[in-house]
Design a protein around this ligand. Sequence first.
Ligand SMILES: Cc1ncc(COP(=O)(O)O)c(C=O)c1O
Length: 475
Amino acid sequence: MSGFPSTGQSRASINASLADARSRDLKADGRAFAFIYDAGGETRELARETYSACMSINGLDPTAYPSARTLELGLVGACLELMRASEGAVGTATAGGTESVMLAVKAARDHAKKARPELLRPKMLLPVTAHACFHKAAHYLGVEIVPVAVDATFRASLEDLRSQWTDDVILVVGSAPSYAHGVVDPIEGMAQLAREHGALMHVDACVGGLVLPFLRDLGMPVPAFDFRVEGVTSMSLDLHKYGFAPKGSSMLLMRDRALRDAQYYACATWTGYTIVNSTTLGSKSLAAAGAALAVISHLGRDGYVRLARAMWEATALLVAAVKARPELRLLAEPDMNLFAFTTTDGDLFELADRLAECGWHVQPTYGYGPSPAHIHLTIDPTNAPNAAEFARDLESCLVGLPARMEPPQEVVAMLALLGDEANGAALEPAMLMASLGIKDGVLPARAAAIHRILDAASPSLREQLMVLFIGELFA
Ligand SMILES: Cc1ncc(COP(=O)(O)O)c(C=O)c1O
């Protein structure tokens, strides 16, 4: 690790160091089936230009930076129309899906606090397939999670939702769609239940908000998920995913202004300027939001429809390829262009390594609850043209795939010490990383052995190991 530079360096040498640091990053080269949401070509260039043009806009004070207001209102207007909101609906530009979700939960909590001050520990009904950021929000905000089971298609079970209802539920969450399986929850039924009980309903359309409306334009049977559904009170949608904007851009939409007032935070009890923040940040860059609005203006509805068609066609091809192989099992028919599949008895993590050796980046995902360990694929405009090549490689990777393997028992025994208060401290993180073949924060080319261990670990041990791993990366 280098310290603070004693003398300034040239622009050229700084740019060269940056290029070197970035050389091993995942690229939008059409080989990645996770992380990348890129419309490519001119759209990417426009995003780069407008990001840098908006770099110095500070959303902390929209009266000092009127452009912050113009850009944010432009984005909010576009997203409200897309989510078919009615008069009186409002929105906020946020830094990402997690922030949108945390603010939605904060608004629900503070809204309930006003209406029902007697509630000490408000509850949120959350399907087990909802994104982990709702757990993070609950953890930060003192809201209790009541997990809701899913049916065989990985959609929230209305029956379980109904049976879990108690008086202190303030919020119901549905996904449109869930990240792992790409399926939309039964939003209409969930919202109806929320309405019957006077609770709020948040639809997390972080991954689907900028795709589902365009699939509907193409005539696909998209389940109801937006503000047209009575009882949906807030929605999140990420512009830095299928909006094709740079990272740092999401939207939180509210059916009415009273709910958004509960999202705001104001403070005048200090000696400096009075703050009123719509988001968790104080000083707030508008760079990603500015670029997001530029991308939306450039692509327009017809541009998004064109990209949605290409992504859906690639998804249909890949889903068919998975269904054609008895060694594979599709976990659920997806409602849009992301899905999960597993192996019937071959070793899933060996399959992921083989795909990596063919130059593909996929997302191996561990089992939890009703969802077995699987490979997740996210289809975007860059990888969609390569779907047929991926399907051919997938087929060849299945040849001679060994049966499911268990992690080495001695490693499992060693890791179990982590969960043991008395002996856990004896585990030396650097040694553990070295024993797993992790060097300079980079996983070994063949990572199946590590994935098998993490998959076998309990969720709480898995969390501890991840904290240890990331802590070690930044030690
Ligand atoms: C459905 C859903 N919600 C929320 C999030 C969290 O978004 P972010 O990573 O931008 O914080 C994601 C991210 O993948 C997601 O897929």
